[in-house]
Design a binder for this molecule. Structure first.
Ligand code: MEV
Length: 306
């Protein structure tokens, strides 16, 4: 085993189409320029520590380490992992998927190998299922790709990188309450089982928004993208995955000049994304209002290194 071995991966934002992507509809997402790093060392494992050597109480990261190590022919009982993250957990910014992809990369490095992108996508989805039962695979795809893309689930998923007209400045604002993607995915499933026709109509509307969103990104039309955000947020509200806290953040973003804002990820709490004519001014206005907000620049997907 080659140790210490390191792996990194970014978080994600879903720009349009969360939840409907679980039902084979397209969605638009991007990797984030902030993420998570894993370092593997020899030790009694499989064990995962946070920064400063604090044991991670959640058993799932150690289970991910165990599976990832085994996949690369390593002995998980002899490995400990330290995780350093810039991503707040439970806010819909892809911390679980980033952990999974970074762990795969670190285990591959420890085995003297490199994971190909296709394998990252397939294995990432398998391992992410430990965090929520029926993932579409969009979160690990974003962690693996790093830039903006259209996604339709499948084996393999249909991925179309989006060529952005320019780097996309996006405001991310935080709610206070962490939430569980597993719970909101299950709630949407119940609703779909109870009212398939009604839900499929909503899914159709989001599919049309994703097509508009792709054009807006390719043209660099933030106003059009913001309009798509607002319409998608209305559908997410109707699906029951928004909350009063998210609704409040969306309204504050609009009042501060955003073209549009929406929840991102599983919902039920978590983060809100917004676009506006001046992203830093929008983030600053939200911060003055007591909201934690920052600007990220989304980019096109870079070709896989040879
Ligand atoms: C979670 O980030 C996105 C969902 O669509 C679930 C999934 O696609 O796996 C809610």
């Amino acid at each position: 085993m080659r140790v210490p071995a390191r792996g990194q991966a970014g978080g994600k934002v879903i720009l349009l189409g969360e939840h409907v992507v679980v039902y084979d509809r397209p969605a638009l997402a991007s990797g984030l320029p902030l993420g998570l790093a894993v370092e593997l060392r020899p030790g009694p494992g499989p064990a995962v520590y946070g920064e400063g050597g604090v044991v991670v109480e959640d058993a799932r990261p150690a289970a991910v380490l165990e599976r990832a190590a085994t996949l690369f022919g390593l002995d998980p009982a002899a490995i400990v992992a330290e995780v350093r993250t810039q991503l707040p957990p439970g806010r819909g910014l892809g911390s679980s998927a980033a952990l999974v992809v970074a762990m795969l990369r670190a285990c591959a490095a420890a085995a003297g190998r490199r994971v190909q992108r296709d394998d990252e996508l397939a294995l990432g989805r398998q391992l992410e299922a430990m965090f929520h039962g029926t993932p579409s695979g969009i979160d690990p795809a974003a962690a693996a790709l790093g830039g903006c893309f259209r996604f339709v689930r499948g084996e393999p998923p249909a991925l179309t990188p989006i060529r952005l007209a320019a780097a996309l400045p996006l405001v991310v604002a935080f709610g206070d309450r962490p939430r569980s993607t597993q719970a909101t995915v299950a709630a949407v499933r119940e609703r779909w089982l109870a009212d398939r026709r009604g839900c499929e109509r909503l899914f159709d509307a989001v599919e049309a928004l994703v097509a508009r969103g792709v054009c807006a990104l390719e043209r660099g039309d933030l106003g059009a993208l913001g309009a798509c955000f607002a319409e998608n947020q209305a559908v997410l509200d109707e699906l029951g995955v928004s909350t009063p806290e998210i609704g409040g953040l969306v309204a504050r973003a609009r009042a501060a000049g955003a073209f549009g804002a929406k929840l991102t990820g599983g919902g039920g709490g978590g983060a809100v994304i917004a676009v506006g004519p001046d992203a830093p001014a929008l983030a600053a206005a939200l911060a003055r209002d007591g909201v934690r907000a920052f600007v990220v620049e989304l980019r096109s997907v870079q070709p896989e290194a040879g």
